[in-house]
Design a protein around this ligand. Structure first.
Ligand code: NAP
Length: 548
């Protein structure tokens, strides 16, 4: 392998090498002047394996030792008892202060990774990691082991950022976080085993949690949730937040309203109790949002949230308990109080239930309302998807694409979903039972069987099944509106005029809770329209004009 012969460009040019060493020396002097703690390094090598990486590791350690007496190095063969003690089998493997930390480097910290090595020594020697306050909060929530494997390359300029994130976590939380930094050039087999063909790529507990380098807080959030996070919203401890407009609901309507309102000059905030993006976040694929021929629901939400965050503060995981009508309005959540001149209710909708025996009891035990969340658990298994609208078909396609054997069960003989989806369903040969209703879901600890009624023949039959996915539409989330005295339509949606005004001056509605076409693009449009009306009304309050 030719790339094993050269560790990094320029190493053979004495002038370049001298310059690099000089720069490194100055930096090291600065970094290592006041190290309080010893940093014992243990290097494990085999003279026959990766010899140039072993020598490179020794060189960089020696260079550091010339500048500080706090770094010690002991070298052992792979058959030494300490190799067994620390479960080391690859050459070279460098352990950093293994009595206190679980940090190891497979390969040599050279090239771009030299920076990471210096940071590691500096942080270990000073026990300082300069974590931001939000990162510390996120790390504090980790209460179970996290075994990190980070794949890097000496020629990757993005890798040190992610490696330093990992180091900070492993140094700040040694009781739970262990770290293995793996140089893919020295360890091509391991890289192949993990499909680490693009670096940096990070795994924790064998789950891929990040591709590419992340800001520190996003890395800590990904480590905490064991899932790549693309957005980080810091928590606020303010007891009262004064606003012009408080938007309740962080789906496409609320997020768009936040952007429009703030751009009009209003101080707008968005409060969301559940998943930002609402139903869109759980939609596997969106094919009808302009500008994107095909985009995952979650990535689309991430883009919208990042956009909205540039204008409005978002308060996630917060539930509005009560609205006190008056000027200003007072909005009480489970965390704090908001005041607002206007309120936009963009509370969206929640899953409709079948209301049949077994549905609630077996929810989470084979009954699911979210194929993107739970679909992968049913790989190779047999499930039914109940419903005949866009959601049922989109989600059935998603399941089939994930090797789940899915049959659609629909109560009529025609779908109401878009023709485009029906064609895709036929192309995939997904089975459909038309004119069929699910009457009961059975099973002891998990779903085992469904009772199906053929509503043409009146015959009932039992069908063994592993899972029941339900996508039969949504009910508008109007509890808060109802409690506040906002009038509803006969169909149960918030009753609004063309400007999205409700019967209570200063309270508005937008998105699925207001009814209409219930598309992402129409919800966004309703949010934009509502924000513009609100701006105009706050400049020229129609309720005051009426009174005059
Ligand atoms: P939907 O369009 O209201 O369809 C609900 C489906 O469930 C209908 O087929 C309905 O049957 C069936 N259903 C309702 N109650 C039932 C019950 N108690 N038992 C059995 N079946 C029942 O809901 P959706 O599919 O969730 O879509 C909601 C909105 O989001 C729609 O406007 C849709 O266009 C939009 N959406 C769009 C996309 C996309 O464009 N990619 C994806 C998802 C959703 P009947 O036909 O007999 O009434």
């Amino acid at each position: 392998m030719s790339n094993h012969n050269s560790l990094y460009d320029g190493e053979d040019d004495p002038q370049v090498k001298q310059e690099i060493l000089e720069q490194a020396r100055r930096k090291l002097m600065e970094m290592f002047g006041n190290l309080e703690h010893e940093v014992p390094l243990l290097l494990f090598t085999d003279p026959q394996i990766n010899t140039q990486y072993c020598e490179a590791a020794r060189s960089i350690i020696r260079a550091v030792q010339e500048l500080t007496n706090r770094v010690s190095l002991r070298e052992f063969g792979l058959s030494h008892e300490l190799a067994q003690k620390y479960d080391v089998s690859l050459s070279p493997t460098l352990l950093f202060d293994p009595e206190h930390f679980a940090i190891r480097w497979l390969g040599a910290p050279v090239g771009e990774e030299g920076r990471t090595f210096l940071e590691a020594i500096s942080m270990l020697g000073s026990r300082k990691n300069e974590l931001s306050a939000p990162s510390r909060d996120l790390l504090a929530k980790i209460t179970a082991p996290r075994a990190i494997r980070l794949f890097v390359s000496p020629t990757c300029p993005y890798c040190p950022q992610q490696a330093v994130n990992c180091l900070k976590a492993a140094i700040a939380k040694p009781e739970f976080v262990s770290l293995e930094i793996i140089d893919i050039q020295a360890n091509p087999d391991l890289a192949e085993q993990y499909d680490a063909f693009s670096v940096p790529i990070c795994f924790a507990n064998e789950i891929m949690i990040a591709r590419g380098a992340q800001p520190e807080e996003l890395f800590m959030a990904s480590l905490l949730k064991l899932e790549q996070q693309n957005i980080f919203i810091p928590e606020s401890d303010a007891e009262q937040v004064d606003t012009d407009l408080t938007i309740i609901g962080g789906g496409p309507a609320g997020l768009t309203a936040g952007i429009y309102a703030a751009r009009s000059g209003l101080n707008a905030v968005i409060i969301e109790r559940g998943a930002l993006g609402g139903q869109v976040a759980l939609t596997p694929v969106v094919e009808n949002y302009p500008g994107f021929t095909q985009v995952g629901g979650k990535p689309l939400v991430d883009i919208m949230v990042s956009h909205a965050l540039q204008y409005a503060n978002i308060f996630p995981d917060e539930e509005v308990m009560e609205i006190k009508v008056g000027q200003p309005f007072q909005i009480l959540t489970n965390r704090r109080r908001y005041t607002a001149k206007a309120i936009l209710l963009a509370t969206g909708a929640s899953y409709r239930h079948l209301g049949i025996p077994g549905e609630n009891r077996l929810s989470g035990r084979g009954v699911s309302f979210c194929s993107t969340c739970d679909g992968p658990l049913f790989k190779g298994k047999e499930v039914i998807m109940v419903g005949g609208g866009d959601s049922a078909l989109t989600e059935a396609l998603y399941l089939a694409n994930n090797d789940v054997r899915v049959t659609i069960v629909h109560r009529r003989e025609r779908f109401r979903a878009q023709e485009h989806l029906v064609r895709q369903l036929q192309n995939k040969n997904i089975d459909v039972l038309f004119n069929t209703e699910v009457k009961e879901i059975q099973g002891d600890k998990k779903v085992e069987e469904v009772l199906l009624l053929d509503n043409k023949t009146g015959k009932t039959s039992a069908r063994p099944i592993n899972g029941v996915f339900i996508a039969i539409g949504y009910e508008p989330a109007v509890e808060l509106a109802r409690k506040t005295g906002v009038a509803l339509t006969e169909d149960g949606f918030i009753k609004c005029d063309a400007g999205h005004r409700t019967n209570i001056p200063g309270i508005y509605g937008a998105g699925d809770v207001e009814g209409g076409y219930k598309q992402i693009v129409t919800a966004a449009g309703q949010g934009a329209g509502a924000a513009m009306t609100i701006f105009e009304d706050l400049v020229t309050p129609y309720w005051k004009t009426k009174k005059a």
